[in-house]
Design a protein around this ligand. Structure first.
Ligand SMILES: Cc1cc2nc3c(=O)[nH]c(=O)nc-3n(C[C@H](O)[C@H](O)[C@H](O)COP(=O)(O)OP(=O)(O)OC[C@H]3O[C@@H](n4cnc5c(N)ncnc54)[C@H](O)[C@@H]3O)c2cc1C
Length: 427
């Protein structure tokens, strides 16, 4: 049977040691079968176990193999679309509920890290960096908007103040969110998997769900086993393929790339990011970066629509890094990798239920570290019969990409090209 390892990355090279997990062989019965061991799947599993459910997790490769073990590690609050846009589409009542939840994912991560003693280099503080006056104006209105929903750990940074936290000439200002921050993403998800097991949950690796037999008690088939469950949670996100055709139609896997430098040493690292905050800029096609525990710079950027793997990642991302920090021109890049996130047309997550017993959450369109942790809680609430918050997400409208599965990639790339031009000319 295929044994899929982690892709080569800084995270895989610096992962905490974990015991090997078996593949599923034979038949198993459980309350909830979770498909996918990323943040969505494991956050759901943890909340369900904490509430007395029996949980079995199937992972096609290894825990955190997908975006959860490869991402930029930035704890960014709220959603990939802001609450005022959501308000215009779903009305004030649902927007209020979604707005109140927008900062909950970050709190869940911190609770998990503390409760289960997860070693993942958690640091507080994230900066949104403005490249233009227009972007700064947007941050000012975003702060007012978020404060309306009770989020108060925000500080606007003028040009002088942002230089104190990011030694980069490009920015005219920014906003600091002390409830943002950063983590070693693979070590977070590995710690969450250990927490699942400590509560009696079972995780099978190298066990792809290849077919779901729907019905009153659905059965999930893997190459060598079957899981019969009362409920299924589908959490395969951009790596799910066509297992659930209804979910593939309204979303598109996209690749994004990350590089990691050699260790910079304390002095150089501190000169770039003196308070060790993470940073993302305000462009549509944004750059994001942060320091690791051993003082490397992790820098992410580009988007590949349709999730093809680019041939030379360093050639794409290094120039972006040098534009932000020309002082790194002689620094070696030790790691470069790509990973897939799932884009929806509205850039809002797709949450819902198929029939009575198959639940899903996917498609947070780039900002998923916090949302996926919240999603696990909201899905678990729904399975316990409290669906008000689940319904607020499930009611968000979703549309298929223009051009269907064949033409959605060129259409989305065209859209991104347009937004890229707007970024370039400061609109
Ligand atoms: C390179 C990169 C950088 C990013 N940076 C950030 C960032 O800094 N901040 C941020 O907020 N967000 C970031 N994101 C997005 C964020 O990582 C994702 O939104 C989030 O991790 C998605 O979690 P998930 O559990 O839904 O999906 P994933 O982590 O992708 O997990 C899905 C899992 O399901 C498994 N699976 C799929 N199909 C099956 C099947 N049939 N049977 C069994 N298992 C299956 C996969 O193997 C995978 O392990 C980034 C994404 C990428 C790719």
């Amino acid at each position: 049977m295929a044994n899929t390892p982690y892709p080569e990355s800084y995270y895989a090279a610096s992962a905490n040691a974990v015991p090997p997990r078996p593949a599923l062989q034979g038949d198993v019965e459980t309350d909830v079968c979770v498909i996918g061991a990323g943040y969505t799947g494991l956050s759901s599993a943890l909340f369900l176990l904490e509430n007395g459910f029996k949980v079995t997790v199937l992972e096609a490769a290894k825990v955190g193999f997908g975006a959860s073990g490869r991402n930029g590690g930035q704890i960014v609050n709220s959603y990939s679309r802001d609450i005022d846009v959501i308000e215009r589409s779903v009305g004030p009542k649902q927007a209020q509920l979604l707005g109140q939840m927008a900062f909950e994912g970050g709190r869940i991560i911190r609770e998990r890290v503390a409760k289960y003693n997860i070693q993942c280099d958690l640091k507080d503080g994230g900066v949104f960096a403005a490249l233009t006056g227009k972007q700064m104006g947007h941050l000012e209105s975003q702060k007012r908007l978020w404060e309306r929903f009770g989020h108060t750990q925000l500080e606007l940074l003028d040009q002088r103040r942002i230089r104190e936290v990011v030694n980069c000439e490009q920015y005219v200002g920014g906003m600091l969110d002390m409830s943002g921050g950063h983590i070693h993403p693979l070590n977070l998800v590995l710690g969450e998997a250990a927490a699942v097991e400590s509560l009696g949950g079972t995780i099978y690796e190298q066990s792809p769900a290849v077919r779901i037999e729907r019905g009153a008690t659905p059965v999930v088939h893997t190459p060598q086993g079957r899981v019969r469950a009362r409920f299924i949670i589908v959490a395969g996100n951009a790596y799910l393929g066509n297992l659930v055709p209804e979910l593939a139609a309204k979303s598109m896997p996209c690749g994004t790339q990350v590089i990691t430098t050699e260790p910079l040493g304390e002095a150089l690292a501190k000169s770039l990011l003196p308070q060790d905050y993470c940073v993302e800029d305000c462009n549509y096609l944004l750059d994001y970066y942060r320091l690791t525990g051993d003082k490397r710079l992790v820098f992410g950027g580009g988007v590949v629509y349709g999730a093809r793997d680019p041939a030379n990642i360093e050639a794409i991302i290094r120039p972006k890094m040098l534009k932000a920090f020309p002082q790194l021109k002689n620094v070696k890049i030790d790691y470069a990798w790509t990973g897939n996130f799932l884009l929806t047309l509205s850039r809002l997550p797709q949450v819902g239920r198929l029939g009575d017993n198959i639940y899903y959450s996917q498609g947070c369109s780039g900002h998923g570290v916090t949302y996926t942790h919240l999603a696990g809680k909201v899905l678990a609430e729904a399975l316990r019969g409290q669906a008000e918050r689940f319904d607020a997400f499930a009611d968000l409208p979703h549309y298929p990409f223009p051009g269907g599965q064949l033409l959605r990639t060129p259409f989305a790339a065209l859209g991104a090209w347009y937004y890229g031009l707007r970024d370039k000319f400061g609109y």
